[in-house]
Design a protein. Structure first.
Length: 227
């Protein structure tokens, strides 16, 4: 059995020029993705159907590899819209890519170990227009929780941060013994399927944090207490 988790980290260490280029790429990525969405909506397109003659249809300064990333995202958007409408008993509406994120495969990105004061460098290449970006990033406590996991070669690039995915094999799922479902919440940290509640002090601690001025020493202490 394989489990996956994700963690995001800021791109604020990049220069303003690099962030502007990411915005420019995101805008064009969104435009091309919406062309594919228009093509696929109402048709039974699958990812296996995304041959070169299909992905080369939109005219764009994006490279063939970037257009392939756009094309791969479109069928999932269409499928989600159809399934959501079916669950509500309504007619499906064509989805729109808003340009908030790009799902880029190893065809277009490379993750390198840190140099100097940065832990990671995200290299975005094969973009088009001879563009190539090197984005410096720093690991943080949440990301370090997955230090022993395998990092995915694909990343989700937002305009202000990047999401990395991690996977880990946990062995075969147990088929014997007692099963207990767990749900996480605010009023109680954990609620089990047997009706047991644990962590009733979470909500009061959150309320303490809300009363503190952000970035103040008291705010940091309250957050540390919660964690």
């Amino acid at each position: 059995m394989r489990i996956t988790r994700s963690s995001k980290t800021t791109i604020s260490f990049a220069t303003q020029k690099k962030r502007d280029i990411i915005n420019e790429i995101s805008d064009e990525y969104s435009r091309v993705a919406n062309i594919f969405t228009e093509m696929f909506f109402g048709n039974n397109f699958q990812k296996k159907d995304l041959k070169k003659d299909i992905t080369n249809i939109p005219e764009s300064w994006l490279s063939a590899r970037m257009r392939q990333c756009c094309a791969r995202e479109a069928p999932g958007m269409v499928r989600s819209a159809v399934m959501s409408a079916a669950a509500k008993g309504t007619e499906a509406v064509k989805p729109v890519h808003t340009g908030r994120k790009m799902i880029l495969s190893s065809q277009c990105v490379r993750i390198e170990k840190g140099r100097n004061s940065f832990d990671l460098w995200l290299v975005i290449h094969s973009v088009g227009n001879k563009m190539k970006l090197q984005i410096p990033m720093k690991r943080h406590r949440h990301m370090n929780l997955f230090s022993g996991w395998k990092m995915s070669d694909s990343v989700t690039v937002h305009r202000k941060y990047v999401i990395f995915s991690f996977g880990k094999e946990t062995g075969e799922k147990k088929t014997e013994g007692k099963l207990t479902g767990i749900d996480c919440g605010i009023n109680h940290l954990l609620a089990t399927s047997e009706g047991n509640l644990h962590g009733h002090e979470v909500k009061p601690l959150i309320n303490v944090i809300k009363r503190k001025k952000q970035a103040s020493e008291a705010y940091r202490r309250a957050k540390k207490t919660l964690s």
